[in-house]
Write a protein that binds this ligand. Structure first.
Ligand SMILES: NC(=O)c1ccc[n+]([C@@H]2O[C@H](COP(=O)([O-])OP(=O)(O)OC[C@H]3O[C@@H](n4cnc5c(N)ncnc54)[C@H](O)[C@@H]3O)[C@@H](O)[C@H]2O)c1
Ligand SMILES: O=C(O)[C@H](O)[C@H](O)COP(=O)(O)O
Length: 377
């Protein structure tokens, strides 16, 4: 079988994985993809910025859609199903990346705000691929963790569940890892509004790396500008627009890149390749391996305080302060416009995961803590 493939221009390794199956591979900017672009396509490979629905697909020959993401809120799944279009996504591909992003955020908050996060109560909302990994890692590191995921709890796949209101009331740090949903018994659209923000402890932290519209923007702005809470945002209520008023109030800001490790991106494409080769009943080519990661000499980051030392090592792999500076420079005192936001994501520098980093010169006193953070020592 040979297939005509149209793929988002920001998806890595498409040619390496798919060339043996393809008569053509055409790359397009995901946000402006139109049905004309798909007039001669059998396969469409997208990321989260392409709305895939009847308006895009009707009248096109597309029979397979793959999204190299965990989120599926950009896909009209019932339309695809009723039109016999095969759909596959990449659950879990970037879960480790988001978990590492969060550890980097906490490390930066430790250095800048004396936040001894490993001694705090951390509330994790949404315990799927990302939230599940985050919970496991934070518990290993000694945090007291409260978990809220009513869907998994009701399905019997979560042992402990704390109601959202209680979690907000008792957490020093709240991390959101839910999708954006409007239907069902537990929709997340504007799930965190004024009433929920008021419940949060004074001076606590709200971190969102799930989906922006889970938080009601006006209520967030009010809670931040009054100083009641502090916030770190990777995803934004009106994304891809980031209003200056909100950007100026958050402590750390990034352009929806928590899942953008090289490993996460590679894995997203690999999972779609698995699905497409299986669908086409064809034999897959050899795996495209991620290049070797960074090498760091642990002694080079030495400080008297072990926690500061550990934070410096995590931040040497990835420092969210860098993304914050870039967002603020892009905004230049105003809003980050949609095109600029997309450009930041498109040109995002290579970021590696903690587990791919080779550490040398590790003193015994740090070994266990480094392993608990996710380094392979
Ligand atoms: N910022 C990024 O770069 C990035 C990267 C990966 C994923 N994400 C987002 O984070 C979300 C989580 O990713 P994932 O891989 O864990 O997805 P997942 O589908 O594996 O898990 C989502 C979890 O949220 C739970 N959930 C749904 N509604 C809820 C509610 N009202 N309250 C509490 N929990 C609820 C679900 O039951 C599920 O367990 C994704 O849907 C995606 O939108 C963002
Ligand atoms: O849903 C996901 O997997 C993440 O939000 C993902 O990182 C989004 O990245 P994008 O597809 O927009 O490049």
């Amino acid at each position: 079988m040979t297939l005509r493939i149209v793929a988002d221009e920001n998806m890595p390794n498409v040619e390496a994985w798919f060339a043996p199956l393809a008569s053509s591979i055409v790359r397009k900017p995901g946000r402006s993809l139109s049905s004309e672009d798909l007039a001669e396509a059998d396969v469409l490979l997208v990321r989260s910025v392409t709305r895939v629905d009847q308006a895009l697909l009707q009248g096109t020959p597309v029979k397979f859609v793959g999204s190299a993401t965990i989120g599926t809120d950009h896909i009209d799944l019932p339309y695809l199903q009723s039109n016999n279009i095969s759909f596959h996504h990449a659950p879990g591909c970037n879960a480790q990346s988001v978990c590492d992003w969060l550890l980097a955020v906490l490390s930066r908050l430790h250095l800048d705000h004396d936040l001894d996060w490993w001694q705090k109560t951390i509330g994790v909302v949404g315990a799927g691929n990302v939230g599940g990994k985050v919970v496991e890692r934070l518990k290993l590191l000694g945090c007291r963790v409260l978990v809220c995921d009513p869907l998994r709890y009701e399905a019997g796949s979560l042992a402990e569940h704390t109601h959202l209101q209680t979690l907000l009331e008792f957490s020093d740090i709240v991390c959101l890892h839910t999708p954006h949903t409007r239907d069902g018994n537990h929709p997340t659209h504007h799930m965190i509004g004024q009433a929920q923000l008021e419940k949060m402890r004074a001076g606590s932290w709200l971190i969102n790396a799930g989906r922006g519209p889970v938080i009601e923007p006006n209520a967030l702005l009010a809670a931040l500008s009054s100083g009641h809470i502090q916030s770190v945002l990777d995803v934004w209520p009106q994304e891809p627009l980031v209003p200056a008023a909100l950007l100026n109030e958050v402590e750390l800001a990034s352009p929806h890149v928590a899942g953008y490790s090289l490993e996460g991106k590679f894995e997203g494409t690999r999972m779609l390749a698995d699905a497409l080769y299986c669908w086409a009943a064809a034999e897959q080519p050899a795996k495209v391996e991620a290049p070797k990661g960074l090498s760091l000499d642990v002694r080079a980051f030495e400080c008297d305080d072990i926690n500061e030392w550990l934070s410096n090592i995590v931040l040497a792999v990835y420092d969210p302060a860098r993304d914050t500076v870039t967002m603020n420079l892009t905004a230049a005192g105003g809003d980050v416009q949609a095109e600029a936001f997309d450009q930041l994501r498109k040109s995002y520098p290579v970021r590696r995961e903690l587990a791919s980093t080779e550490l040398t010169n590790i003193p015994e006193a740090l070994l266990l803590r480094l392993e608990q953070l996710g380094f392979r020592c």
